[in-house]
Design a protein around this ligand. Structure first.
Ligand code: ADP
Ligand code: MG
Length: 643
């Protein structure tokens, strides 16, 4: 006793990494209602560890284990109030105990909490697969004994929570890990029956049995527990207790089961466990494919984008199993970038077990599976769009941007696959519309898909150029995201209807007479227009009279491949600090506006003033287009002098 005390005194108490500490603190004090998920987390870790050693055993005889030798056991000691979870998986070295249990791999979680002002800790707990730490929701002390495969010395890691942990050598003969939880004391509810906590339930064998059935049934290695049963004694009416070792789980991987045997809850629970998400997925796809290549796949679309989804930190991929053996945790080649949000797994008996990462890239079978999966995902999304629009829009809110990038990527190679999945807000009612729906609504005589790009729907609606199009009864798609216009340029057309920016100077919606009248007016205003262009000193490509302006005196449009919004986007991109890219802009003047007459007069009577007016009009046009003006002071001075 004394010796033990001394040795623990000598043993250094180590601190958790600051972030882990905070996370653990949150966990312990959280109001998380599903404390029981700790069991799922620990079993899932045990199963992962066995996966690793089993995989190894296939190529390394020194493991000396057969598949049937692997198992997870649960054991309770009611007097000591402990629950022990043991596995004979790969184990952890001293360094691994430090690294994996002393730090949180995904340090983005707290940053995410701060950035998003999340107050509900339970959301964090679920989202980041803080798996192991969940033990502290139910335990006052956690002891992890582990002997790693290939090591001679076992180590024990112990912690009572945020204060830190200790690591020491220990005795353990068999490879694997044994985790003992000393459960917290039960808390009596107050007089109103609130605030009670029951931890003793995790000492109850039937409760444990039902938890395993509920959350961990599909684990492919047996989860065993000694259960106390009662039986009638022979030749007597008395009963006696006896112990029976039972396997708690069916061990059938979920994806091998028949679809109609799996409940929605099982699908969802599996997702939450495997993919470390706290919310149910939007949908699942369960594929049993037979044909040139045989595989099963279980795929999910999350209901929200992971916090790092649109950053380079996000890693796509599906788990890859070869005939039930996990060979890769994240196989990127199974998912194209535009469907990188999909989570899940693929299991194929046609893949060879000892295939390496490098070989996989060139593996024809894998590519075939990837193509087939791509079709499955697309069809599922299309079906959702058609049958459950609300759900689809939720999906689109989260991942629509990725689809648009997908269209732009690879020189538009995937546009045929993706274009039917797009939605844009439309001038019709502000709601999201698909391109097909847009086309179906097109009135007689409309032969283009009109769009306007801008910062927001409100801003776009204020653009002078939209007036004429709407007056014609044509609907406008609002492109509010940077990538939208690039994607449209890549598609060029949808069902032979070309995309047309209403901010383009060549909109061409006037009748022949209107055009002719405009041309004549343009001719007679030539000098004035040239004077304005000269005054603007290269800021605009040309100055024209426009037939499309109604109430507004001017607008700025562009000509050619590159629109102003596109130039803005390109210039804002990293690396775009150098020479600015410029769209070929056109200053359009409204010949029916009183200002036109004024300009005509000035062009013969007061060219200095025309100069000032030109600059003022240009600045106004910039403001209307949502662009910054170059010299706000000069602008304001000019206005004042006019006033
Ligand atoms: P995750 O499982 O998502 O990686 P956890 O917090 O659940 O996160 O576990 C952290 C790490 O600790 C695991 O990745 C693994 O390396 C290690 N670990 C946990 N439990 C075990 C175990 N029973 N056997 C071997 N390693 C384990
Ligand atoms: Mg885990």
């Amino acid at each position: 006793m004394v010796l033990r005390h001394l040795s623990s005194m000598a043993m250094e108490q180590k601190q958790f990494q600051a972030e882990s500490k905070r996370l653990m603190d949150m966990m312990i004090h959280s109001i998380y209602t599903h404390k029981e998920i700790f069991l799922r987390e620990l079993i899932s870790n045990a199963s992962d560890a066995i996966d690793k050693l089993y995989f190894r055993s296939l190529t390394d005889d020194s493991v000396g284990m057969n598949k049937s030798d692997f198992q997870i056991t649960l054991a309770v000691d009611k007097d000591a109030r402990t629950l022990t979870i043991t596995d004979n998986g790969i184990g952890m070295t001293k360094e691994e105990l430090e690294q994996h249990l002393g730090t949180i791999a995904d340090s983005g979680s707290l940053q995410f909490k701060n950035e998003n002002n999340l107050s509900d800790d339970s959301q964090i707990i679920g989202q980041f697969g803080v798996g192991f730490y969940s033990a502290f929701m139910v335990a006052k002390r956690v002891t992890v004994k582990s002997l790693a495969f290939g090591e001679a010395q076992a180590y024990v890691w112990q912690s009572e929570g945020v204060e830190g942990y200790t690591i020491d050598t220990c005795d353990k003969d068999t490879v694997g890990t044994e985790i003992t939880l000393e459960l917290l004391d039960d808390v009596e509810p107050d007089e109103n029956g609130n605030g009670g906590e029951n931890y003793s339930e995790f000492l109850d064998q039937y409760r444990l049995q039902s938890l395993v059935k509920r959350y961990s049934d599909y684990i492919r290695f047996p989860i065993k527990m000694d259960m106390t049963r009662s039986r009638k004694k022979e030749d007597s009416d008395e009963y006696e207790d006896y112990t029976e070792t039972v396997t708690l789980n069916s061990m059938v991987p979920l994806w091998h089961k028949n679809k109609n045997e799996i409940s929605e809850e099982e699908y969802n629970s599996f997702y939450k466990d495997k993919c470390a998400d706290y919310t149910d997925p939007l949908c699942h796809m369960h594929v049993h494919n037979e044909g040139t290549i045989t595989y099963d796949a279980l795929l999910y679309v999350p209901s929200h984008a992971p916090f790092n989804y649109y950053s380079k930190d996000y890693e796509k991929g599906l788990q890859l199993y070869a005939n039930g053996v996990l060979i890769m945790d994240r196989c990127e080649d199974l998912l194209p970038d535009y469907f990188s949000f999909v989570k899940g797994l693929v299991d194929s008996e046609d893949l060879s077990l000892n295939i390496s990462r490098e070989m996989l890239q060139h593996d024809a079978q894998l590519r075939q599976i990837a193509r087939s999966i791509e079709r499955t995902i697309k069809n599922e999304l299309k079906r959702m769009m058609k049958n459950d629009r609300e759900k689809y829009e939720k999906f689109y809110q989260a991942f629509g941007l990725q689809l648009k990038y997908g269209i732009y990527q690879d020189y538009g190679m995937h546009k045929d696959l993706l274009q039917d999945l797009l939605l844009f807000p439309s001038s019709k009612d502000g709601k999201l519309t698909s391109l097909q729906e847009y086309i179906d609504r097109m009135p007689e005589g409309q032969d283009k898909i009109y769009y306007a790009a801008g910062e927001s729907i409100q801003r776009i609606e204020l653009l002078p150029q939209t007036e004429q199009v709407k007056d014609k009864g044509y609907e406008i798609l609002y492109f509010t995201e940077n990538v939208d216009e690039f994607a449209a340029r890549m598609m060029q057309s949808y069902q032979d209807k070309p995309f047309q920016s209403v901010l383009d100077s060549k909109l061409d919606l006037e009748s022949e007479e209107e055009k002719k009248a405009l041309e004549e007016k343009q001719e007679s205003s030539k000098e004035m227009l040239e004077a304005i262009q000269k005054a603007l000193d290269g800021k605009v490509g040309s100055v024209k009279l426009s037939g499309r302006l109604k109430s507004h005196p001017v607008c700025l449009s562009s000509e050619g491949e590159l629109s102003m919004e596109m130039a803005k986007t390109l210039n804002a991109m990293p690396g775009g600090e150098g020479e600015k890219i410029k769209a070929n802009t056109v200053l359009e003047l409204n010949p029916d506006h009183p200002i036109y007459q004024k300009l005509m007069t000035l062009s013969t009577e007061d060219t200095d003033k025309l100069d000032d007016y030109a600059k003022l009009l240009y600045d106004q046009a910039l403001l209307i287009a949502g662009m910054p003006i170059e010299d706000p002071v000069a602008f304001s001075n000019r206005i004042c002098s006019l006033m």
